[in-house]
Design a binder for this molecule. Structure first.
Ligand SMILES: Nc1ncnc2c1ncn2[C@@H]1O[C@H](COP(=O)(O)OP(=O)(O)OP(=O)(O)O)[C@@H](O)[C@H]1O
Ligand SMILES: [Mg+2]
Ligand SMILES: [Zn+2]
Length: 575
């Protein structure tokens, strides 16, 4: 006769139980010490071992070789309990026994001494469903417990059990079983049953059970019915309602190709197949997470949610995406969740996010850029932008003193833009600078005393070398970057940017430039300023990629650290 897995694999001793050590240890000690309570509440989510432990406890008490914490499972008493045939161990389902008759029955049951065993054990399932009158009868019985009667009340809803009952019982809370523990059990079951299945699928089934062992075993059963004894990863995915790996790989490939239409087609197909958006969102996040982890921690396949095969096909699809691209994509998608759940048009949101993903410029890893530079190139980090030629670079004779971000197209602003593109955090640090000046051959970044911390961050070796590589990439080989204080050298006002220095080709750097005051924006009204700030490429990028907002625009003197719109700063022509 076919027996469902959950039945077949019901633990028959405390040792066989997965998890719930806090329950089994306490019971074992109590049985061995002969100090057992006469009434228990077993509370917890479905399929975590409440009924199972209740039956094992009954065997502990009534085993012919007991009372013992390790019942023999062979004697008549044990076998009857296992088979549900014992007259002294009764299981009542409170959900179907709420009438007056049942109270009588209950009282009747407890009024007789055990027929053949040491103890009468009454297991009341769904105890929270007992009628008021039944609860009262039960309360009386527990208050004056008849000798050699043990009550076990099992419930999934402990908050619905009266406090007066709870206070007279020993309460055990059955916990969700961790995916790791459930996986271990599933592996044991599959091996014993001759089922071939990958670890990734075992884990997926374990997770799908959400902490309930019975649910996980039932899901395994469902997968078996579909696949037979050889469970393929993709088949299991489908049975579990997963999105086809192929669709996820298509999505990834389109992302790498910056192909918005392709991404939208995948979304369309997935929805057409009947997946809901939150589910698809979940899958997308987990793909990006897996891809990132695979890059960051190669060799740790155990951390991935997919099988080696599935991961390989996703990795193949993600070839054109850098680690930085993946990180950014992960955040954009992950941040979508609350809006997705609450919006009345979740699909529009999803589509907008995909379009945004497709429109992000490629982010090149610093290492790659450095490697390029070492190879002698000064390739611009973004293919769409033209590299400054050495001639163009050597033409940078004029000083270019500007506070961040500087007029669009100026050397300083192009440099800052390049920094922000690859290192947004460092870009934000530079926004705190009083001035970013480009003099012949070098860029000087000066921070006001109040931004000392930002100066130190910027001066860190790895940041400085990154900035230098940016400067060289944008402005030409040999461009140096210097970081200093805007207050230190001169006696000028707090936070004032350094002035332009008259530049002769021979000037080594802007280092010795004394700071000079800047003027507030002249004649520009607020709206105009806002518009101009928003249209500045660096700002535009911040707004679109980080969901930033322009809060305020102030003249440089007031707050040297604040973003200043183009042209609002004095830019004297030294020539
Ligand atoms: N902790 C566990 N260790 C091993 N198997 C378990 C565990 N919990 C549940 N199972 C498996 O799940 C099946 C059902 O468990 P059980 O009947 O004890 O759940 P329950 O907590 O009483 O659930 P419900 O609230 O639905 O009655 C068992 O037959 C067994 O196969
Ligand atoms: Mg139960
Ligand atoms: Zn026995």
């Amino acid at each position: 006769m076919y027996q469902v897995l959950a039945r077949k694999w019901r633990p028959q001793s405390l040792d066989d139980l997965v998890g719930q050590q806090h329950v089994t240890r306490t019971l074992r000690n109590a049985v061995e010490a002969g100090r057992l309570a006469h009434a228990f509440v077993f509370a917890g989510i479905r399929g975590t071992g409440k009924t199972t432990v209740a039956r094992i406890l009954a065997k502990c008490l009534n085993c012919e070789r007991g009372p013992t914490a390790s019942p023999c499972n062979e004697c008549a008493s044990c076998r009857e309990i296992t088979g549900g045939r014992s007259i002294d161990v009764l299981e009542l389902d409170a959900a179907s026994r709420t009438g007056v008759n049942d109270i009588r029955e209950l009282q009747e049951v407890v009024s007789f001494a055990p027929v053949r065993d040491r103890y009468k054990v009454l297991i009341l399932d769904e105890a929270h469903m007992l009628s008021k009158s039944a609860v009262n009868a039960l309360l009386k019985t527990i208050e004056e417990p008849p000798p050699r009667v043990v009550f076990i009340l099992a419930t999934t809803e402990i908050h619905r059990i009266l406090p007066t009952i709870l206070s007279r019982c020993q309460v055990f809370e059955f916990r969700r079983i961790s995916p790791r523990e459930v996986s271990g059990l599933l592996r044991k079951v599959c091996d014993a049953e001759g089922i071939r299945v990958s670890d990734a699928t075992v884990e997926r089934i374990a997770r799908a059970g959400e902490g309930s062992v019975r649910d996980s075993l039932s899901i395994l059963e469902r997968v078996l019915a579909f696949c037979g004894d050889e469970i393929g990863d993709e088949d299991a995915r489908l049975v579990l309602g997963g999105v086809r790996t192929e669709a996820l790989a298509d999505l990834t490939r389109s992302m790498a190709d910056r192909d918005a239409a392709g991404m939208l087609r995948v979304l369309d197909g997935v929805v057409e197949e009947g997946h809901d958006l939150v589910h698809f969102w979940n899958e997308t996040v987990s793909v990006l997470r897996d891809l990132l982890l695979a890059r960051v921690l190669p060799g740790r396949e155990d951390l991935l949610t997919r099988s080696a095969e599935e991961t390989a096909s996703l990795e193949q699809a993600s070839r054109g995406l850098s680690r930085e691209d993946l990180t950014r994509a992960f955040h954009i998608v992950a941040d979508l969740e609350p809006a997705l759940r609450s919006s009345s048009q979740p699909r529009f949101l999803f589509e907008a996010a995909l379009v945004r993903l497709a429109s992000l410029g490629a982010v090149r890893p610093i290492e790659e850029m450095l490697a390029d530079l070492e190879a002698g190139g000064t390739r611009d980090p973004e293919p769409t932008r033209s590299s400054p030629t050495p001639a163009a670079a050597s033409e940078k004779k004029k000083a270019d003193p500007l506070s961040a971000p500087g007029p669009a197209g100026s050397d300083a602003s192009r440099f800052l833009e390049a920094v922000r593109r690859d290192r947004p955090m460092l870009g934000a640090a530079l926004d705190q600078a009083a001035a970013v000046e480009v003099a012949s051959g070098s860029i000087r970044i000066s921070f006001p005393a109040a931004r000392e911390v930002m100066r130190r961050v910027t001066e860190r070796e790895e940041n400085l070398s990154f900035l230098r590589s940016c400067a060289e990439a944008v402005l030409g080989a040999g461009f140096d970057v210097r970081v200093g204080s805007s207050d230190a050298a001169g006696a000028e006002g707090r936070g004032a940017p350094a002035p332009p220095r008259p530049s002769a080709p021979s000037t080594p750097s802007g280092d010795e430039s004394p700071p000079s005051p800047s003027r507030p924006p002249a004649g520009a009204d607020r709206q105009d300023l806002l518009d101009r700030a928003r249209s500045e490429p660096g700002v535009r990028k911040l707004l679109s990629e980080f969901g930033a907002r322009v809060v305020e625009i102030r003249p440089l003197e007031e707050t040297p650290s604040t973003l200043v719109p183009p042209d609002s700063v004095a830019t004297e022509d030294p020539a």
